[in-house]
Ligand binder design. Structure first.
Ligand code: AMP
Length: 420
């Protein structure tokens, strides 16, 4: 596998898969360009070497093919501005005209391909099937996409001599441009971009290189979506803080009263199994002891602090209480490695965000004291940004689903395709 920092891209056509899937408002203006900025070091390195840059990404979720609202032309001028070069836009990501434009690129020039997901072959699944399609029709459409996918991948690969993957956000998908394309490049001519390298290193730091005590803080709404992560971490961590909405499934499984808090009745056995595995593995499982219980799921709902296992019938736990904040803080502050995924409460409502803010602050404080901290997964990133602490942790991952799958211990197709 080649390394971007050692590679000279001069004179080479380089296909870079990035994640420019940025949010657009009703006027098709970019509302948050974090993802574009995150790829700049890689793109600038290639241009700086005199490489011929071909940028490829998806944008949004096109339903039936080309959609002007999700065209790359909406982000073209901003990409040009950030890169400091006049980026050209290809009419498509494949086809004669696109190929000609790629071949005509000169050293230090850049071409942005049109949205990869305008083609069903990118994801390898049919697009625009009618809702009432029969099983046979669906099967035939799937077969047709799979059959044409090979040609699509080859067309993408034929645009360039070097392949760089810098799209961690889609690394858990075996799509044409994120994984399949890599087979067309030998190991000297494919590599991770800088962002992807940072993400891979961060996951490695947590899963294979952790200094102890290692504490994982998992919050959010449900146990069901985190079972695999929890199980994998139970073989690695010293302390596992489980918080947010999943607290109540654990309290109930222990025989507690949880009022109308979030509860997954069908996961009570899973909660018991997690407790048993933790005990067997010598992991300290840390659950809240008190919580802020509200009368409604609303920003200004009346609330009081009650024990997590004795919540009145007409109330629901929306945040951790002061004793729990102290307990979590103490555990976090004695840790040398910290992984945080998922808020401790409904932090979108300021009134129920104190627990999440306290967790964010404790993670920042531990980091200042020398701990390595990785924060990732949609809502914890939103939380760390809300409390302006993103710069005070070791790494904030750009990947949601991809990070979770990596922490589950799964091999991500986008990573494997480069490494193999
Ligand atoms: P997840 O997608 O599973 O990581 O869940 C994130 C969501 O969990 C956030 O939107 C929080 O508002 C929500 N959440 C956290 N704590 C609670 C709670 N005690 N009750 C209900 N929702 C919660």
């Amino acid at each position: 596998m080649a390394k971007i920092q050692d590679y000279n891209f001069g004179g080479k056509r380089v296909f870079v898969r990035v994640d420019f899937n940025v949010p657009l408002d009703d006027n098709l203006q970019i509302t948050d360009d974090t993802r574009i900025r995150a790829a700049l070091p890689t793109l600038k390195k290639i241009l700086g070497d005199g490489g011929r840059l071909i940028i490829a990404s998806h944008l949004g979720r096109p339903k039936t093919g080309a959609d002007p609202k999700l065209s790359m032309k909406n982000i073209l001028s901003h990409v040009s501005e950030l890169l400091g070069v006049d980026v050209k836009l290809a009419p498509d990501c494949v086809g004669e005209e696109t190929k000609r434009m790629a071949m005509d690129l000169k050293d230090g020039e850049a071409l942005l391909l049109e949205n990869l997901r305008f083609h069903a072959e990118e994801q390898g699944k049919p697009m625009g099937l009618p809702k009432d399609a029969s099983e046979e029709e669906t099967a035939a459409a799937k077969k047709a996409v799979k059959a044409s996918q090979k040609g699509f991948v080859k067309e993408l690969a034929d645009l360039a001599e070097v392949y760089v993957n810098d799209a961690f956000g889609t690394a858990h998908r075996a799509h044409a441009s994120t994984a399949l394309i890599a087979d067309y490049f030998d190991k000297e001519h494919k590599m991770f971009g800088y962002l992807m390298q940072k993400e891979v290193n961060a996951v490695n730091e947590i899963l294979n290189n952790a200094k102890h005590p290692f504490t994982a803080i998992l919050g959010g709404s449900k146990v069901s979506t985190k079972i695999d992560v929890i199980m994998n971490l139970l073989g690695k961590v010293d302390n596992l803080i489980l918080t947010g909405g999943m607290t109540y499934t654990f309290m109930k499984s222990r025989g507690g009263k949880v009022g109308k808090s979030l509860l997954e009745e069908d996961k009570l056995d899973v909660a018991r199994e997690i407790e048993e595995t933790a005990k067997k593995n010598g992991v300290r499982l840390v659950l809240g002891t008190d919580c802020v219980a509200a009368t409604d799921f609303a920003p200004d709902a009346d609330s009081e602090v009650v024990p997590c296992n004795d919540i009145p019938d007409d109330r629901e736990g929306l945040d951790i209480g002061p004793k729990t904040i102290e307990l979590f803080r103490e555990v976090i502050l004695q840790s040398k490695t910290i992984l945080w995924n998922g808020p401790a409460g409904v932090f979108e409502f300021d009134k129920f965000g104190k627990g999440t803010e306290a967790v964010a602050k404790a993670v920042a404080e531990a980091t200042k004291g020398g701990a390595y901290s990785l924060v990732g997964g949609g809502d914890s990133v939103a939380a760390i940004n809300k409390y302006h602490l993103a710069d005070e942790v070791s790494y904030v991952s750009t990947g949601g689903g991809a990070l979770i799958e990596a922490i589950e211990g799964k091999t991500l197709p986008g990573i494997a395709a480069i490494e193999k």
